[in-house]
Design a protein around this ligand. Structure first.
Ligand SMILES: [Mg+2]
Length: 98
């Protein structure tokens, strides 16, 4: 993991409790999703689906469902950043992106 355009990370101990809990839940969801779907193929589609579910929950469901969907969407963002989505490699190559 590199993320060279970011500086040093804040220490977990310095983060507010609600943020630490959210990030821990995202970590749990990443591990659950990796077990269920080990390959990162299609992560962009999965992320898009989860973002749609956040929007749906925001409009029609209790706040607890918004939180659940937000964790799932954040987990897909984390996987995408850490694992990429190989299904997009041909398109990125065609567009000249490295
Ligand atoms: Mg979902």
């Amino acid at each position: 993991m590199s993320f060279p355009h970011y500086g040093p990370c804040e220490r977990l101990a310095e983060m507010p409790d609600d943020l630490v809990r959210f990030l821990a839940l995202v970590g749990n969801e990443v591990m659950r999703a990796r077990k269920k779907f080990p390959k990162p193929h299609g992560l962009m589609t999965a992320l898009t689906e989860e973002v749609g579910e956040v929007a749906k929950a925001l409009l029609d469901e209790p706040w607890s469902r918004v939180e659940e969907e937000a964790v799932q969407a954040a987990a897909m963002c984390a996987r995408l950043a850490l694992e990429t989505d190989p299904t997009l490699t041909p398109l990125r190559t065609k567009r000249g992106v490295k």
